[in-house]
Design a protein around this ligand. Structure first.
Ligand code: PDD
Length: 307
């Protein structure tokens, strides 16, 4: 079945979907985006993604293209037309198309909206999580407003490529003070030897992940001690567990950093338990298009003891 994309009010075959060469997203990275996980036909963490989208648009003074309800109708329709059950939805909103000029165009120029959907292999993702992944560390060379989810992702793309070339799944970005900010496309976490869950506090230094926020809620439900603060690579290497969170990775354990094992180099129970707590809660709250009942999520393994 061919893929369908949404571009400014039209549903088009993916191969024909295009925007103008003078779109400001193309020339100035003057655009924001969101990535939603699609599980069992539903969009996960919708409220959080809509809220962050509104915030990103507001911070950059890009006009909201439509109401949240109208936007959700477009997103559902894109999922429906692509018949995707498990996958990822990409939404991008740019300031619009105008003759190249650094200054913003006039009010007559409206935002450009793009939505695409792709299938993902849930079983492969779960197997990857069960095995754990490696990360490398690399200096964080990004701008000072990482809290805004813009498409200005060149440093992130360079970091991810460096990770790939080193045989790792992710790059953790290191601030000049030696602390980990986040991953190139994920938030970074550790569980200390004292069983305290640690992730960097939301600030302009990181993207406040929607999965991060949901995992904080899941950890509170699981009564895990939790602290928001920066940590170093050495502290992560000395930790009991480490993991990453994002809409695509959900919760994925990290077993090696720069080739060195985290603890004994084995996947720990807390990260995996959080993965399942997160997915169960996210599935419960997921928005399901067209009143279609979501089917069961992949079977949850027997409850693991935490801590
Ligand atoms: N990335 N930090 C960065 C730099 C990110 O790009 C992402 C998400 C996250 C995690 O945010 P969330 O939990 O809301 O997905 C943190 C998406 C998945 C991407 O760019 O594909």
């Amino acid at each position: 079945m061919s893929r369908i994309a949404y571009v400014n009010g039209a549903f088009l075959p993916h191969s024909d979907a295009a925007i103008h060469i003078e779109d400001r997203g193309n020339q100035f990275a003057d655009a924001v985006y969101e990535v939603w996980a699609i599980r069992a036909g539903g969009l996960l963490d919708t409220e959080g993604h809509l809220k962050r989208l509104g915030r990103s648009l507001g911070e950059l003074r890009i006009r909201k293209p439509m109401t949240d309800a109208a936007l959700m109708a477009v997103l559902y329709e894109t999922v429906r037309r692509n018949r995707v059950r498990d996958g990822l939805l990409y939404l991008q909103v740019s300031r619009g198309c105008a003759p190249r000029d650094h200054c913003f165009p006039g009010e007559h120029v409206g935002p450009t909206v793009i939505v695409t959907v792709k299938r993902t292999n849930t079983r492969a993702a779960n197997e990857k999580a069960e095995k754990g992944v490696s990360v490398i560390t690399i200096p964080d060379i990004r701008w000072g407003r990482r809290d805004i989810k813009t498409v200005s992702l060149l440093p992130n793309a360079l970091a991810k490529q460096a990770a790939k070339e080193a045989g790792a799944a992710e790059a953790w970005l290191i601030d000049p003070d030696g602390t980990v900010t986040e991953g190139s496309s994920s938030n970074a976490w550790i569980l200390t030897k004292e069983n305290t869950l640690v992730t960097r506090a939301a600030s302009q230094s990181i993207l406040n992940g929607i999965t991060r926020q949901a995992v904080i809620a899941a950890a509170q439900g699981d009564r895990i001690t939790f602290e928001e603060r920066a940590f170093t690579r050495d502290e992560a290497l000395d930790a009991r567990e480490a993991f990453i969170t994002s809409a695509s990775a959900h919760v994925t354990p990290v077993i090696r950093i720069d080739g060195q094992p985290v603890a004994d180099g084995e996947v720990g129970p807390v990260a995996l338990a959080l993965r399942w707590s997160y997915l169960a809660a996210a599935h419960q709250n997921s928005a399901v298009p067209h009143k279609r009942q979501a089917g069961p999520l992949v079977a949850r393994p027997a409850k693991r003891r935490i801590g």
